[in-house]
Design a protein around this ligand. Sequence first.
Ligand SMILES: [Zn+2]
Ligand SMILES: [Zn+2]
Length: 282
Amino acid sequence: MPPLPRPAAWAQPLPEAAPPADMAIYQLPTGTYETRAAFAVQGGSFRDKRHFAATAILVHHPKGDLLIDAGFGTQLATHVATLPRIQRAPHRAKRTVSEQLDASGYDRSRLLGVLLTHSHWDHVSGLGDLQVPIWINSDELHYAAEESDGNVFRSVSTGHQIHEYDCNGPSYLGFPSSFDVYADGSVVVALAGGHTPGSVVIFVTVPSGKRYAFIGDLTWQLDGIRRRVERPWLLRKLADSDPEHVRQGLLRVIALADLVQIVPAHDRNAYEGIPRLPAPIP
Ligand SMILES: [Zn+2]
Ligand SMILES: [Zn+2]
């Protein structure tokens, strides 16, 4: 399979962003699960075992903090057991987001909620350990309420406040609509759809001016960006609500790859340079 045609690189000015000086982001890796590259990206080898990351991001912002996705939670084994057999991969759990926050002496009252890239089990498992609002758009909420892929979401979201937001802001870096969370351009959610109907790309700009795109599962590995390849045909059929829409989103982020650090949720290497949560000050 040839790669996708190379999209023209983004040539317009980057959208304005004015992150406050004390804004920062941290990565919270909660574990991995094993997948063969052959099942992850076109042209991947069967012998090439990949350890898919389940990593959450903490956005620290003076107006209140947000987590991007929730990683694996304490009920991981129960969640994996609910999956169709074909999806149950060997997994390794590390400390949950909740445990990592406590270990760093984090003040939970700072948390506004968990902003989801989408509602699949490997992004929401840790919600069960976090009593904070779930930030989700209506397309994703409907999907998670009705589809079998929403089983884990439905169980972990019980008792959580749902903070439903709309992506009704202007187009953003090639995506048709957006939601500027803090109204300062530091965290902008763009509706991508495709993988699930309400899948989003979360663009983050930190005070140094560095930009990130947390793209959820638009592609599972950086190979998808670097080699411009989609998931293998069967996996597109199984994993994506609308594969054509996923391709569109993938091409949009490939066009940004020289300007923005693209972070596919499940590629451990994509998080390079993002610091871990600091240890508590003694
Ligand atoms: Zn997914
Ligand atoms: Zn995923």
